[in-house]
Design a binder for this molecule. Structure first.
Ligand code: CA
Length: 232
């Protein structure tokens, strides 16, 4: 049986913590709760979680101070941190991300939003999930060696184009909106504009050469990778 991802919730308001824990449990996560930084530290010393949900406003050490501390600590440095906050303004977001948080979510948030963000940070911290190979017609992507080839010719792709192509190949023949691609490939869209997707799609097409026509623009909807367009 697959181990459930362990989530450490650091939140002083028990009602909120309880609500989050219930929702996480229902969605295949194993939540544990600490009400302040000290309790959270004891928990981290005992068992390392897969992700930390860290409240901004805590008694004692603030969420930002804790994020900084855990980022600097070799044991906890690779654990994704998702900051929770009641504030929504830009300077705080920047401070949270500067402190080492992977993403930011503003209260009140929906369970769906929380789950989407958590899955995104977990994905970004799990590069092995790209370590498989996908084939579409004569286009081959090898996640283990980071190689892409078309008709046996190897192609040069940047890291973002590689991730984008990997996602499109895994979900081929379907139309993906820019927002969906940002969520799935970039992992969050706090600071990234949708136009960024267009830029990388353009680069991807250029890098693919003759296979570039496989990446179709669907007017008003987004992008699709299709084997129909190959060599056209
Ligand atoms: Ca709080």
């Amino acid at each position: 049986m697959k181990k459930l991802p362990r989530v450490l919730i650091v939140e002083d308001e028990s009602a909120i913590a309880e609500l989050i824990a219930v929702n996480l449990r229902h969605n295949g996560f194993a939540p544990v709760w600490s009400s302040d930084g000290e309790a959270a530290q004891r928990e981290l010393d005992a068992v390392l979680p897969d992700v930390i949900l860290l409240d901004w406003m805590l008694p004692g050490q603030s969420g930002v101070a804790l994020a900084k501390k855990w980022r600097a600590d070799a044991r906890t440095k690779a654990v994704p941190i998702l900051m929770l906050t009641a504030r929504g303004d830009e300077p705080d977001k920047v401070a949270g991300l500067d402190a080492g948080a992977d993403d930011y979510i503003t209260k009140p948030f929906s369970t769906q939003e929380l789950l989407a963000r958590m899955r995104a940070v977990l994905r970004r911290r799990a590069p092995e999930q790209v370590a498989d190979s996908v084939t579409m017609g004569e286009l081959v992507l090898d996640g283990a060696t980071y190689r892409v080839s078309y008709q046996g010719q190897s192609l040069k792709l940047g890291p973002t184009e590689f991730k984008l192509l990997h996602y499109l190949m895994k979900h081929a023949e379907r139309v993906h909106s820019r927002g969906q691609l940002l969520d799935k490939v970039w992992g969050d869209h706090v600071f990234i504009e949708e136009r960024t997707v267009d830029v990388h799609v353009k680069r991807l097409r250029e890098s693919l050469g003759d296979a570039g026509s496989m990446v179709e623009t669907v007017r008003g909807a987004g992008y699709r990778l299709t084997v129909q367009g190959a060599g056209a």
